[in-house]
Design a protein around this ligand. Sequence first.
Ligand SMILES: NC(=O)c1ccc[n+]([C@@H]2O[C@H](COP(=O)([O-])OP(=O)(O)OC[C@H]3O[C@@H](n4cnc5c(N)ncnc54)[C@H](OP(=O)(O)O)[C@@H]3O)[C@@H](O)[C@H]2O)c1
Length: 258
Amino acid sequence: MRWKANGAVTVVTGASSGIGRCLCELLIDRGATVVGVARRADRLTELESRESIGHFIPVTGDITDQVVRNQIVEVANGVNESRVDLLVNNAGIGAIGPFANASPDRLRRVMEVNFFAPAELTRVMIPSLRLGRAAVICNISSVLGHRAVPDKSEYCASKFALHGWSDSLRAELAGDGIQVTLVSPSTTRSEFFEKLIETDAGNDSKSIGSWPPIRVARTTLASIEARRSEVICSLAGKALVYGDRVSPPIMNAILSRR
Ligand SMILES: NC(=O)c1ccc[n+]([C@@H]2O[C@H](COP(=O)([O-])OP(=O)(O)OC[C@H]3O[C@@H](n4cnc5c(N)ncnc54)[C@H](OP(=O)(O)O)[C@@H]3O)[C@@H](O)[C@H]2O)c1
C-alpha cells in the first residue's frame, strides 16, 4: 500500500528552514496536517499562515528536551484520535574541524540533536504510528552516515548511529506495518553551514553538485510515498557511498590525502 499525504497526520522536526521547511510546504499543499517543530517561532508562524489545503500546527522548542518531545506527541495525538501516519526526524546540526581540537561538548551536542533526540521522539511516537495508515518513520541522515570523512567525525558518528538504529527499527516494526525510510542527502544548499557549532570561520563543506533543499524534499516525499527503505541523494553522494562499498581501502587512501 502506498503512503498518501492527503488527510495524513504528520510530524516534521526542523520545520523552520532547509529540507524540513520545504517538506512541510509539500505536505500541506497535498492536504496533510503537519505538526512542525523547531526553535524559531517566527519561521513556524510563516508556515502556519500559508494558505493551503492542508494545515500546519507549530510546536516551538528544542527536540533535545523531553518536555518538548512529549508536547509534540500530545499535539499530534490531538489531531485525529492519536493516529500518526508519518514522523520525519529531520532536525540536525553539524560541526567541522579535527576531533583532537574539539571539546567534549561538541560531540555531546551533535549526538544529542542528531541521534538521541530523534530516537527518543520515535520511542514515544510508536504507539500513535501503530494506529497510522501505512505509517512511515523517515529519518533524514546523510551520505556521511554511510561513509565517514575527516573533520566531521562527530557528525559522521551521529549519522552512522541514525543509520544503524534505522535498520534495526525497520526490522522490528515491519510486523506492525510501519516502514522506516532512511534518506541520505549529500551537500544541500540550506542554512546548515551557517549554523555549524564550535567551528572556525571559513570552514565549509567541499562538495560538487550540491542540491537545493526543495529537491531533497521532493525526493524524500517520493521515497515516503513509495515506502522505500533507503535512498541516497545526488551523483556525488552515490559516488562516495558506492565507491566505498566497492573498495573501502581505495576510499581510505583518497580521504587520507590531506
Ligand atoms: N545541508 C546539508 O548539506 C545536509 C547534507 C546531508 C544531510 N543533511 C541533514 O538534513 C537535515 C536538515 O538539514 P538542512 O540542510 O535543512 O539544515 P537547516 O536549514 O540548518 O535546518 C535544520 C533544521 O533543524 C532545526 N533544529 C536544529 N537543532 C534543533 C533543535 N535542537 N531542536 C529543534 N530543531 C532544531 C532548525 O530549526 P531551529 O534552528 O529553528 O531550531 C532547522 O529547522 C539535517 O538532519 C542534516 O544533518 C544536511
